[in-house]
Design a protein around this ligand. Structure first.
Ligand code: SAM
Length: 319
C-alpha cells in the first residue's frame, strides 16, 4: 500500500463517520441540525451502528460538556480537535450559546477545503461563526474570533502546526485545554500519534485529552473489523499497539499524564448515559442483535486523561 493511497483512504473514513452520524440523526437518536450539510449521499445504517453512534457521541458530549462547564463559563478555555473532519460540535455548542476562548480544528487540506466550502454555502453555519470570518490558505482555513480551522498533517504537529497556532491564532498553553481525538490517532503510526500525546502531556498547564477509538483487534470479531478496514487500504498499525483498556491507559501514563480513565462503549452505555435516554432510544428501532451489539460495543473505547483540571470529575457514574 503506498502512502498517498493510504492517506486518501484515511481521509475517506470521515465520510463514513458523518454518514453514520446523519443516519443516527434521521432515526431520532441524536439531534443535530447541521450534519446533513456535510453528507452528499445519506444512507441508513443498521440499528447496532446507530446505537453505537449514539453512545459514542453522547459519551463524548458528556465529557466535553463537563470540561466546558468546569470552573464556570467565564474561565477561558480552548478546544483542539484533531482530525475534526466534518464534526459539527462547534456549531451545536454555539447554537446553545456555549462560550469558549477558541475552538481549533485540524485536518488534511483535502478535508478542510470541503468544510470551508460547506460553511460558506450555509448561512446558518457561517452565522454561528459570526461576522469576523476570514478564509485563508487557498480556501482551506478559517480564522474567526472563537473558531479556527487549520489544514495540515498531524504528523507534523510539533514542527509545523502548534507553532503556527501559537504565533498566528492565539493558541495558549497556559489556559485549560481540551484535546479531542475521535477516531483519529488510531489511523496514525503510533510513533507519530504518541508524539502528540507526549507533547500535550509535557507542555500544557491544565489539560484534558479525550480519545475515542477501536480496541481488541485480535479476537475473532476484531480481526473481521480490521480486515474490513484493510480492504479499504487502511493499515491500522496503531490498533496493534493499544489492544485493550489497560494498554490505552499506559499509553498516557508513560507520556506525562497522571490521571487516566478508559472504558469501553458497553460501560458508557450502561453507566454513563442517563437511563431515561437509553429507554428512549430503545424505542426508536427494534434491536434484535443484542449479543452482536454487546460484542461490537466491546471493541470501542473512550479514554480520557486529565492534568491539573480538578473540576473534571473522574467519578465512574456521571448519572
Ligand atoms: N473526528 C471526526 C469524527 O469523529 O467525526 C472525523 C473522524 S475520521 C474517522 C478521521 C479523520 O482524521 C479524517 O478526517 C482524516 O482526514 C483525519 N486525519 C487522520 N490522520 C490525519 C493526519 N495525519 N493529519 C490530519 N488529519 C488526519
Amino acid at each position: 500500500i503506498d502512502s498517498s493511497s493510504q492517506d486518501n483512504a484515511i481521509r475517506g473514513t470521515n465520510d463514513d463517520a458523518v454518514t453514520s452520524k446523519l443516519s443516527a440523526v434521521n432515526t431520532g437518536y441524536i439531534q443535530d441540525k447541521y450534519v446533513r450539510y456535510f453528507v452528499r449521499r445519506p444512507s441508513k445504517r443498521p440499528p447496532i451502528i446507530n446505537r453505537g453512534t449514539y453512545v459514542r457521541n453522547t459519551g463524548l458530549d458528556i465529557l466535553i460538556t463537563k470540561f466546558l462547564e468546569g470552573g464556570g463559563e467565564n474561565v477561558k478555555k480552548q478546544v483542539v480537535s484533531f482530525g475534526a473532519g466534518s464534526d459539527t460540535r462547534y456549531f451545536n455548542f454555539k447554537a446553545t450559546s456555549r462560550k469558549f476562548y477558541k475552538y481549533f480544528e485540524i485536518d488534511y487540506p483535502e478535508v478542510t477545503s470541503k468544510k470551508v466550502a460547506i460553511i460558506q454555502k450555509h448561512k446558518d453555519l457561517s452565522d454561528l461563526i459570526g461576522n469576523e470570518i476570514q478564509i485563508g490558505k487557498g480556501g482551506t482555513e478559517i480564522y474567526a474570533p472563537d473558531y479556527c480551522l487549520i489544514s495540515g498533517d498531524l504528523r507534523e504537529w510539533e514542527e509545523n502546526i502548534v507553532s503556527h497556532l501559537e504565533e498566528h491564532h492565539g493558541f495558549d498553553r497556559s489556559i485549560p485545554t481540551l484535546f479531542l481525538s475521535e477516531c483519529v490517532l488510531i489511523y496514525m503510526d503510533p510513533i507519530d500519534s504518541n508524539k502528540i500525546v507526549q507533547w500535550a502531556g509535557d507542555n500544557m498547564i491544565a489539560a484534558i485529552f479525550i480519545v475515542y477509538e477501536q480496541i481488541l483487534p485480535n479476537d475473532a470479531f476484531g480481526s473481521v473489523m480490521l480486515q474490513n478496514l484493510r480492504s479499504r487500504n487502511i493499515e491500522l498499525r496503531g490498533i496493534h499497539a493499544y489492544p485493550d483498556l489497560q494498554s490505552q491507559k499506559d499509553r498516557y501514563l508513560s507520556r506525562g499524564w497522571t490521571h487516566v480513565e478508559a472504558v469501553d462503549i458497553n460501560e458508557v452505555h450502561d453507566n454513563y448515559i442517563d437511563p431515561n435516554e437509553i429507554s428512549r432510544i430503545s424505542k426508536l428501532e427494534f434491536l434484535d442483535e443484542l449479543e452482536e451489539w454487546r460484542l461490537l460495543a466491546s471493541h470501542y473505547c473512550i479514554a480520557w486523561v486529565v492534568r491539573n483540571y480538578s473540576s473534571m470529575s473522574l467519578n465512574k457514574s456521571i448519572y
